[in-house]
Each structure stands twice: as structure tokens, then as C-alpha cells.
Design a protein around this ligand. Structure first.
Ligand code: 3PG
Length: 358
């Protein structure tokens, strides 16, 4: 594993402090009901660690959806606070419908020591996405935060007030989730156990081309599948394998890669020592076109080598597969869609760069 170059939550003094943790609770939600809570459970180890170190209070901040700076009731984080309470039954977990100002201050003051409070959706205020320093100061002032921990891996590719401005105002460090995601993904890029196989799928070639470009020099083999391949992706590079057969619907639309390609990819997975997968192979919402993705998930989950699933749709698909086959294991199922793709494509992540170096 490559070394983590930023300060970790383990490197800072937390005892007696009010600790502000940026989490990413941007979870799929329908009519106020959380459909999948992977990002909430992924935040627990840092929260528990901070409290175990004797922190006085934990204040959590997050966004949900894209409300564009306006209050949208369906995008309230209140259901996430409730779910967090269920996941931390031994802690007092509260919700504050204000992010700063007197009411927010009163809510944090009323929280008993050792408790956790989640503030309302940051993106209800336009200042969040504007990376406003004044907004960051207001949050610090209302919550009494003395230390900042960045654990919202899925949002660290954004330079917002809660990922950038705030980290400049307080002693700042990375939480366990950020550290695990960054070191796993960077290891695959910089120091992979070879052969390194990268499997790329998904719908938009413009999204995935930077990833292919980055790995063309690094990977021993790159597989291109999904709609990108169905649309006729071409590569002259000898280490790129583009899916060669497809499963079609009744109208001749290619909606999954076919059995010949799937078999070859599964063989490649068996031979690889590091496997990175980003992008499903077909229209996985329809079981008939999820076969290749399922076979890949299964082969990776059965492998004892380093297996990394890039976030977004691919992670969601693998989480579903895990519900029916709990025996499969992965080294990392990334919680970050855009963030993992940007990191793997070699871009700098503002919310990571701003954290203090070791
Ligand atoms: C995500 O789901 O990728 C993150 O929460 C970031 O959300 P955003 O793309 O709306 O900034």
C-alpha cells in the first residue's frame, strides 16, 4: 500500500474537543425513505474513533442532492440522522435543522457530551457551493468546532465551503474512510501487484476516456465494455481489449456485452493480482442485461487479490449482488462516484489537497 501523505484523524489530539466531521450522506432517497445506506455505515468507524478518543461532541455536516441553494424539504438530512441513530444505538444522535446562527448554536449546546449531531443539508445555502469563507466561519462559530475531519470521500473532488474553506480555518485531518479510499486507489495506480487489470464500462465515453488514458501506460490489460464498447469504441493499443459480442433486445439494441467477451474477462480476472472495475457492462436495472456485470462481480468477489470497485452505479450494483451472495469479498467498494473516477484519472482532489500534510 502507498503511504497516506495527509494528516490522519489518528495524528491529532481530540480529547475534550468539539470535532466537526464532513461526511457524505448523499444517499439515494425516495419520499423520505433511504434506499441504500452504504455511505452512512461507511462513516461509523471515524465517528466512533473520535468519541472513543474522548472528544466532547461530534458535529456532522453533509449535503444531499443538488437543491441549488434553496430549501427543498425532500432533500432534508433528517432521515439520515434517524438512520445514524439506529446504527449508533449506544450514542445520543440528534439533528439540527439549522446549519449556523443562534438556533444551530442552541442545538449543539443542548447536545450532551459524547453525543453526535447532524446539521441540515449544507446545499440549502448557496454559500456552500460558492466556497464561502464567511459561511465556513459561521458554521465553526455556531458549532464551536475546534478540529475538522474530512471523511466525505465522495465529495472531496469539490471545492466547496465544507471541503475547502473550512479546512483552511481549523486544524484539519482525514478520517478513516478518506484514508482507506485514497490509499487503495493510489496503490492501484502507483504500486499495483501485477498483472493489473482495469475494467471500464458505463455509458459515456467522455466520462471514461480520461481513466483509459491514465491507465494505458500503467495497466497490463484494459477491458472496455458497456455502452462505450457497444457504440463501437476503438483502440489501437495492444493492451486494450474491447468487448466483441453483445446481448441485444428485440429491436437489436445492444444492452449488455455477450458471453464470449464475458468469459474472456472472467479469465483475465482470475489471472490478475490487482483488478479495478469502473462502469457496469450493461443495463443492469434489467436482470436480462446484468449477466456480464454479475459474472464480473462474482469473479472479482471470489478473487483473493486486490479488488477495487469504483463508485457510483458500479458500487451500487455490487452492493446489490452482495445482498444475495454475502460470501463475495472486495478490497474496496468505493463510496465515491465522481471522486474515485477523478482520482483514478490522475486529477487532484481539492478536498484532499487542502488537508494538512503529515
Ligand atoms: C456524489 O454522489 O457523487 C457526491 O455526493 C457528490 O455529489 P455532487 O456530484 O452533487 O457534487
Amino acid at each position: 500500500m502507498v503511504e497516506f501523505r495527509k494528516k490522519s484523524v489518528q495524528d491529532i489530539d481530540l480529547a475534550g474537543k468539539t470535532v466537526l466531521i464532513r461526511v457524505d450522506y448523499n444517499v439515494p432517497m425516495k419520499n423520505g425513505v433511504i434506499e441504500e445506506d452504504m455511505r452512512i455505515s461507511a462513516s461509523l468507524s471515524t465517528i466512533r474513533y473520535v468519541l472513543d478518543q474522548g472528544a466532547r461532541k461530534v458535529v456532522l455536516i453533509s449535503h444531499l442532492g443538488r437543491p441549488d441553494g434553496a430549501y427543498v424539504p425532500e432533500m432534508s438530512l433528517a432521515p439520515c440522522a434517524q438512520r445514524l441513530g439506529e446504527l449508533l444505538p449506544d450514542k445520543v444522535v440528534r439533528f439540527s435543522d439549522m446549519i449556523y446562527g443562534d438556533d444551530a448554536r442552541a442545538a449543539v449546546d443542548a447536545l450532551p457530551d459524547g453525543g453526535v449531531i447532524l446539521m441540515e443539508n449544507l446545499r440549502f445555502v448557496p454559500d456552500e457551493e460558492a466556497n464561502s469563507e464567511a459561511f465556513a466561519k459561521n458554521i465553526i462559530d455556531a458549532t464551536g468546532a475546534e478540529v475538522f475531519v474530512q471523511d466525505g470521500f465522495a465529495v472531496i473532488h469539490r471545492a466547496h465551503a465544507s471541503t475547502d474553506a473550512i479546512a483552511r480555518l481549523l486544524p484539519s485531518a482525514a478520517g478513516f474512510l478518506v484514508e482507506k479510499e485514497v490509499t487503495s486507489l493510489e496503490t492501484a495506480m502507483k504500486d499495483p501487484k501485477r498483472p493489473l487489470l482495469v475494467i471500464v464500462g458505463g455509458a459515456k465515453v467522455s466520462d471514461k476516456q480520461p481513466l483509459i488514458d491514465k491507465f494505458i501506460e500503467i495497466a497490463d490489460k484494459i477491458v472496455v465494455g458497456g455502452k462505450i464498447a457497444a457504440d463501437g469504441y476503438l483502440s489501437s493499443s495492444p493492451n486494450v481489449y474491447v468487448a466483441e459480442d453483445f446481448a441485444e433486445d428485440g429491436n437489436g439494441t445492444k444492452l449488455d456485452i455477450g458471453p464470449v467477451s464475458t468469459k474472456k474477462i472472467v479469465e483475465m480476472i482470475k489471472e490478475a493480482h490487482t483488478i479495478v472495475w469502473n462502469g457496469t457492462m450493461g443495463m443492469v436495472e434489467d436482470e436480462r442485461f446484468a449477466k456480464a456485470s454479475f459474472a464480473i462481480a462474482q469473479a472479482m468477489g471470489e478473487s483473493n487479490e486486490m479488488t477495487i470497485v469504483g463508485g457510483g452505479d458500479t458500487a451500487g450494483f455490487v452492493e446489490k449482488v452482495l445482498k444475495t451472495n454475502g460470501e463475495l469479498t472486495f478490497s474496496l467498494i468505493s463510496t465515491g462516484g465522481g471522486a474515485s473516477l477523478e482520482l483514478l484519472s490522475g486529477k487532484q482532489l481539492p478536498g484532499l489537497e487542502v488537508l494538512q500534510d503529515k
